[in-house]
Design a protein around this ligand. Structure first.
Ligand code: SAH
Length: 406
């Protein structure tokens, strides 16, 4: 019989219902399972722990499907899991906020390695594990039956596939991708480039944080760094911003941003955009003595895992320090990290260090995370990858700095 037996003492994380087993925790594997096979896992004492997808070469050697010994991992299992994931989004009412939202968020929905995003009637799937790869056809059939899509598009092109020995794969799997795919989010329109855009085409996770910016932008001079398709800028404009400078190093991203400005009929006189490296741009703005009332820093993932945390911390410190320096007294910094390798605590410490070095004092006025269609399983803290701090710089900073400067 195929089975995985763990080393003594290595069952602790599974007993806490964390769904990953690292290869180093395994004592032996019986029955010669192939990669992607579903295999039961036992303690060294022979107690059942979970059913999981096995991978002999990947660092994560098993990813749990179920904690119940009598549960069969078959078509009906995946039907139940996808139905539950869809029902959760229904309960949350996300479809009233946006026609684009995440339907399946991997481990957090009990489906390790699977992401499904919905953009109107287009579904985008992203497969990051051998276990899910094995059930790809089944999952497609169930998604067709449950969601009635006009297109299912695959964007399995993340780096993690390499660790699983999977090659990248993209393209329409069912139906045809509409040319001008757009979604409506909190009343605003956004073009989504499913085939070539970043992630699956749009940063759905920042939905509620973008909406918050709309409430803060009135009469403000705004700097939106790492703007991608201009999401925060569109909201800031809607909220009555006086001016908005959007910066990204990708020309494609800025082209999408301009499309989104046009789609929402924005006041173009208040808009500027720059194709530039943010690290350099912030220095240039500092040297020009530019000042802003609201700055958004939403950089890409600097630390995919904790191993990159030290280098990432330097990057976060740098941009946040410069951000603080560019803010007027009473100004607001909306700063984010989407690095799984940087905890909430560490991020707050880095930002606090940046404020100190910039000579400003600031209050946290909101702590933010990904929108609730990206739920976080309590037993899988890695799911809390996106963290945000909304900070208001104290009014007296400017006076302090000037006096100190004299
Ligand atoms: N705030 C966006 C998402 C930002 S994603 C939204 O709400 O949709 C991060 C963006 O940073 C990407 O668009 C990427 O092109 C850009 N980027 C990465 N490194 C950069 C750099 N050094 N300078 C400027 N932009 C960068």
């Amino acid at each position: 019989m195929k089975k995985i037996i763990l080393k003594a003492g290595k069952e602790k994380s599974l007993l806490r219902r964390h769904p990953w087993v690292y290869s180093g925790a395994i004592d032996r594997v019986a029955g010669y399972p192939s990669n992607g096979d579903t295999v039961p896992i036992y303690t060294s004492q022979g107690a059942f722990l979970a059913h999981a997808a096995y991978h002999s070469q990947a660092p994560i050697a098993a990813r749990v499907w179920s904690w119940q010994q009598d549960e069969r991992i078959d078509d009906a299992f995946f039907y139940r899991k996808l139905t539950q994931a869809i029902a959760l989004r229904k309960d949350l009412g996300v479809s009233q906020q946006s026609t684009g939202f995440r339907l399946v968020h991997g481990e957090s929905d009990g489906l390790p390695g699977l992401v499904v995003d919905r953009y109107d009637r287009v579904l985008v799937i992203q497969i990051g594990s051998m276990g899910v790869e094995r059930w790809r056809e089944t999952l497609l059939d169930i998604l067709k039956a449950l969601c009635d899509p006009i297109c299912i598009y695959e964007r399995s092109d993340t780096e993690v596939r390499e660790l699983e020995g999977l090659t990248k794969r993209t393209g329409a799997l069912w139906g045809e991708l509409p040319h001008d795919l757009t979604i409506k989010e909190y009343g605003l329109h956004f073009a989504v480039d499913v085939a070539h855009g970043q992630k699956t085409g749009f940063y759905l996770d920042q939905r509620d944080n973008r909406a918050k910016i709309r409430t803060l932008a009135k009469d403000k001079e705004v700097l939106n760094c790492f703007c991608y398709s201009g999401g925060f800028s569109v909201y800031a404009n809607q909220g009555g911003a006086k001016s908005i400078l959007s910066v990204d190093s990708s020309g494609n991203a800025l082209a999408l941003a301009q499309r989104n400005f046009a789609l929402n009929g924005l006041d173009v006189d208040s808009l500027q955009w720059q194709c530039a490296d943010v690290f350099q741009m912030l220095r240039k703005l500092r040297d020009q003595n530019r000042q802003f009332d609201l700055i958004i820093l939403d950089p890409p993932k600097f630390a995919p895992t904790a191993a990159f945390a030290a280098k990432a911390a330097r990057g976060y410190k740098d941009i946040n320090l410069l951000g603080f320096k560019l803010l007027r007294p009473g100004g607001i910094l909306a700063t984010y990290s989407c690095s799984s390798g940087i905890s909430n605590d560490l991020f707050q410490k880095i930002v606090a260090g940046a404020a100190l070095d910039a000579g400003v004092s600031a209050h946290i006025i909101d702590q933010q995370m990904a929108a609730p269609d990206h739920p976080i399983l309590l037993s899988f803290p890695e799911g809390a990858y996106l963290k945000g701090l909304l900070l208001r710089v104290a009014d007296e900073n400017c006076a302090m700095t000037i006096i100190a400067g004299k």
